[in-house]
Write a protein that binds this ligand. Structure first.
Ligand SMILES: Cc1cc2nc3c(=O)[nH]c(=O)nc-3n(C[C@H](O)[C@H](O)[C@H](O)COP(=O)(O)O)c2cc1C
Length: 294
């Protein structure tokens, strides 16, 4: 299916984009107006855009239904400060409750049952229950349009971070498995990041990977190895060679058993290499595949 967004209604454009650009982290933004009325609202049009200077942006959009603007926006126009509280699984239902269109004078800390905690550098209060809070100065407010659905970028400089000790590791860094982030997807869908669905991808940081284009044909056009497997194999910094000292019982068994049937041997060796790659063992996977190439 190919869709041209100009042929869709604004709610349909929003629907396709929000399902496609997902998952999105959630900024739980605490703001205040000149009269001292506090507001607390979630925004998933939010991300980190720079670390030096440290810049995050969230976007309270004009409402699609009536083109009105959000209280959070009105507040940061009056008092150019915000606390962005990061939302984790323990907070998600109350956070959703805070997104109701409560009247301007009502405080979502109270409506959604969160505790106000005094910030150190800015006036809006922090959400005590949040395990990471960013005290921010608003640098710029940039409207992206004038119709309903138009985003309005609130560009913020992060002045300081509060991090709950319970999510730190021994080196005082955030332990990714300890903060159970939630993120917004399309419609009512959310996802929860926890130790069961986290995985690592080795970063080709300082060394260049050899690239998929130089993989031997038999590997590159394997019936078994997937794009992820080829990505792992091609991320080595130089083409591996057969190591005479490499010894593996399963490899020996496959070669012995399938010696009269090279096609089946191929499939078996690739399946074994795939398993090794799934376990993160790129070195042994290469040795198994090189044995096949001999
Ligand atoms: C998880 C979540 C994410 C949301 N993200 C956005 C967003 O990025 N932009 C937006 O305009 N509204 C978003 N909303 C809706 C706003 O939170 C809602 O309109 C807001 O609370 C309005 O409050 P206010 O007028 O008090 O600022 C989101 C709602 C939820 C529950």
């Amino acid at each position: 299916m190919l869709i041209h967004l100009k042929n869709l209604t604004p709610p349909d454009v929003q629907n396709y984009l929000q399902h496609a650009i997902a998952p999105r982290p959630i900024a739980f933004a605490s703001t205040i107006d000149k009269a001292g009325n506090v507001n607390l609202s979630p925004f998933s049009f939010f991300n980190l855009f720079s670390s030096n200077p440290p810049i995050v942006i969230f976007s309270p959009a004009r409402r699609v239904r009536d083109n009105s603007t959000k209280h959070s926006l009105q507040n940061v126009e009056e008092v150019r400060e915000v606390v962005i509280n990061i939302v984790d699984y323990d907070m998600v239902q109350q956070t959703s409750l805070a997104s109701c269109d409560f009247p301007k004078a009502s405080n979502e800390f109270v409506k959604a049952g969160f505790t106000e905690e005094k910030a150190t550098l800015v006036i809006p209060p922090m959400v005590k229950e949040s395990k990471i809070k960013l005290e921010c100065k608003v640098l710029e407010i940039k409207p992206l349009g004038t119709e309903g659905g138009a985003g309005i970028l609130v560009i913020c400089e992060v002045l300081c971070m509060h991090i709950d000790d319970s999510i730190l590791d021994a080196d005082k860094k955030i332990d990714q498995a300890k903060i159970q982030h939630v993120a917004r997807l399309g419609g009512d869908w959310y996802c929860r990041v926890d130790a069961n669905n986290l995985f690592k991808v080795a970063k080709p940081n300082t060394e260049l990977g050899i690239g998929i284009d130089v993989l031997p044909q038999g590997i590159r056009h394997s019936k078994i190895l997937t794009g992820n497997h080829l990505g792992q194999l091609a991320n080595v910094k130089e083409m591996p060679v057969v190591e005479p000292s490499f010894s593996d019982d399963k490899l020996k068994n496959i070669i012995q058993y399938y010696s009269i049937n090279p096609e089946d041997m191929d499939l078996e060796l690739h399946a074994y290499a795939a398993k090794l790659l799934d376990d993160g063992n790129v070195h042994d996977a290469w040795q198994v595949l090189l044995a096949d190439e001999l």
